[in-house]
Every structure is written in C-alpha cells, then in structure tokens.
Ligand binder design. Structure first.
Ligand SMILES: *Cc1c(COP(=O)(O)O)cnc(C)c1O
Length: 397
C-alpha cells in the first residue's frame, strides 16, 4: 500500500485528501482506476429540504431507485433519513431492503410492486407495495388475509401515462373498500407523463383526473408529483410529493435557472499529454482534425463509465483542466476521452493530474445535452468503475 501511495502525484494526493473531509469511500482505490466520483450528501439533503419547504404543508418523500440515481443507495438513504425524510420510494424489493437497513423507521414503497409469489418479502422487511394492476391486488389481498398483514399498500391509478396503474374505471368499485375497517389503502398515487413540459395539456388533465380520484378516496393520503411536477403548482402537491432527479442536482425546471444544488462531481486522470500536429486527426473515425499544432490530454474516463456517448461528436462539450475550460475533441472511447489543452500552460497539464468532467460549473444537464441524453441517464450511467467518495459534514455510518 505504502509503495502505491508513493506513486501518487502531489495533485492526486491533494484530491484524495480533500476528499477525506469525506466520510466514506468505495469502489477501486484511486490509484487503480481512472476517475474519482464525489457525491455531496449535504447537497442532497439540502435539495430535499428545499423541496420539502416548497411543498409544505404537503410531505416530501425521496425517490431513491436505481442506486439513488447512481449516487449510492445506502449512503443517500441514510443521509436523507437523518435529514428528516420519512418516506422512500424505490423500484425493486431488493432496493427497499437496502433502504430498510439504512432507515429502520421509514415508510418504504416499492413502485414496481411484486412478481407472482413476491408478497411475503413485504412483510419480512416491513415494506409497502405500490399496487398497479388487479392481478397484483388479488394476490396482495390473499397474502394479507392469510397472514393478517396490515401494513398497507399504495394504489397506483393510471391518469395518462399508460405504464403502470389501475384503470380509473376500477376506482369506484375499489373505493368501496374504504367502508371496511383495515382496508389497507395507505396511499393513492398517479404519475405525470409530461411534467417537464409545463404547458403540455396532459398535465392539467392528469391533475383533474387525480382530483376526482381523491374525492372517491377521501381520507386516504394522495401523491402525484415527481420532481418537475412539484413546479406545476400547489394543485399537483396533494399530500405527498415524490421527487427523485432534483434531489441529485438535475434541473426540475428545464429552460429556467436550476434551483437545486449540484451533487455529483467527476474527475478523470490525465494518462498522457501528447503533441498533435496541425492536420492530424484524433480518435476513432478521425472525426476531429487539429486546426493548428495542439496539445491533447488523454483522460482515463470514457463511455464505459457512462461519460458522454460513444458516437457523440460532442459540440460544446468540455472539461476543466487547471481551471480552464478545454474542449473535448473527437469521439469518446470506452475508457478514454481526448481534451484539447493547448490553452493551458504545459506545466499545469502533467501526467497524473486530474481533469474535471462533472462539477465546477459543468452540470449533469450540460453533460446530458452534449451527448443527446437526459440527466437521468447521465446519473444512472455513472457506473461503478470510479473511486467513489461521499462527502458530508456529519459522519456517516
Ligand atoms: C421515478 C419516479 C418518480 C421520481 O421522478 P423524478 O422525475 O426523478 O422526480 C416519481 N414517481 C414515480 C412513479 C417514478 O417512477
């Protein structure tokens, strides 16, 4: 270990030490891999509080599916639970069990419900399924009556997304259950199809349909809004909102300034810096040709790390090297990208230095725009190859 440490460049050590104010790290050690991914847990909690204040007196849950959008489920759930979040949504039972370990008292909903035979897992970890079809409901009811299980479930109604959810036509019959004590309906919910396009007519239609549902299910808590849905106004807030992506720093109000704090930063190591003569091409497909004698830094992060996409000829894409914005040139390789560092003094671009690929003003939304992705894809594609650090002012377990 000590031998490896001596091989670190001073800048690399600096980065690692700065990260040490940091509480937890995971993934390969920095020396053994190409990049360092830092997740600011305080920023996630601040973003959750920001949204919680916006929607008060409605409650604010946290959606932490897909490894908390690539940010680390265990760490994120623990930080949010400590920060005051009492309700979590995940996609799968396995994710819910990880949240349960971090947040013993939380209410945990599983958005994808359960496969045939899966009902008992909800009792084992005190989880709640989100029931999205009659077949699922029949199996759930049978499980609950056989085992006397009373923790409850969410009923998801489809108001226009046509993905998961019970049909609205079923609502009147299902609402008759409310007359039975212990009816087990803990929440009714629906999901916006177009919340990130506020002027889309489907939003108003979904809000109206959901309002009618709420009248049928009086006394039951109701939840409609995801991150951008929160910004459609109070009519969308109901009793509980379910933000995901905004917690992780993606702009929930496309076209307007981002009200959320950035959460994720990614730095990639300079493997080498090479001189490229005017007229020479760089990378697969020879899609970029040096317009003048140039210096090109080869950085150890590529599409195999979820960074940009393979075929992108990213226009406007840049990295920050020694405080300077430098264009990413040519196609992205699986494990490498090329950055034109001609504008940076040679002594500031040494082998082993780091380029900032995300953070310091480069947002998840920027990266998404450069490669024709959405912020959700950038985050969930961050992968597990990087050395990972979670920073927090308070110690995490
Ligand atoms: C993923 C998801 C959310 C969170 O959506 P964001 O746009 O990330 O805020 C909320 N509700 C449901 C049903 C979801 O599937």
């Amino acid at each position: 270990m000590a031998v490896h440490e001596r091989k670190l460049t001073s800048r690399e050590v600096e980065t690692a030490l700065a990260a040490e104010g940091a509480s937890v790290s995971a993934g390969p050690p920095l020396i053994e891999t190409g990049g360092i991914l830092t997740v600011d847990l305080d920023a996630i909690v601040a973003n959750w509080r920001n949204l919680a204040e916006r929607v008060s007196p409605a409650d604010c849950a946290a959606v932490v599916k897909a490894d908390a959008y690539g940010c680390g489920l265990r760490q994120v759930a623990a930080a949010l639970a400590k920060g005051g979040c009492e309700t979590f949504f995940v996609a799968h039972i396995h994710e819910a069990r990880i949240v349960r370990a971090s947040a013993p008292d939380a209410v945990i909903y599983v958005l994808n419900g359960f496969p045939p035979g899966g009902a008992s897992y909800f009792a084992t970890s005190r989880l709640r399924p989100v029931i999205g079809s009659l077949a699922e409901l029949v199996e759930w009811d049978a499980f609950c009556s056989v085992h006397g299980w009373t923790e409850g479930a969410a009923f998801h109604f489809d108001t226009g997304m046509s993905r998961l959810g019970l049909a609205i036509d079923e609502a009147p019959a299902l609402s008759a259950r409310l007359k039975t004590p212990g009816h087990g309906i803990a929440l009714i919910m629906s999901h916006f199809a177009c919340a990130d396009t506020p002027e889309h007519p489907l939003n108003a239609r979904q809000i109206q349909l959901f309002r009618e549902l709420r009248m049928m299910f009086r006394g039951v808590a109701a939840s409609l809004a995801n991150s951008p849905g929160i910004f459609l106004g109070t009519a969308a807030h109901c009793d509980l909102v379910r933000p995901g992506v905004a917690l992780y720093g993606v702009n929930p109000t496309p076209g307007s300034p981002n009200p959320m704090q950035p959460v994720v930063s990614l730095k990639g190591r300079l493997v080498q810096v090479r001189k490229v003569a005017r007229g020479a091409s760089v990378g697969y497909g020879a899609t970029w040709t040096a317009p003048k004698d140039s210096r090109i830094a080869i950085v150890a992060v590529g599409y195999g790390d979820g960074h940009l996409c393979a075929t992108a000829q990213p226009s406007g894409a840049h990295a920050i090297v020694a405080g300077t914005r430098c264009p990413i040139v040519g196609r992205v390789s699986m494990d490498l990208i090329a950055v034109d560092v001609t504008a940076v003094p040679e002594k500031s671009t040494r082998r082993g230095d780091f380029a900032t690929l995300l953070g310091d003003g480069i947002g998840v939304d920027d990266l998404a725009a450069w490669s024709g992705m959405i912020g959700y894809e950038v985050l969930t594609g961050l992968g597990t190859r990087h050395h990972r650090v979670w920073t927090s002012s308070s110690q995490q377990s």
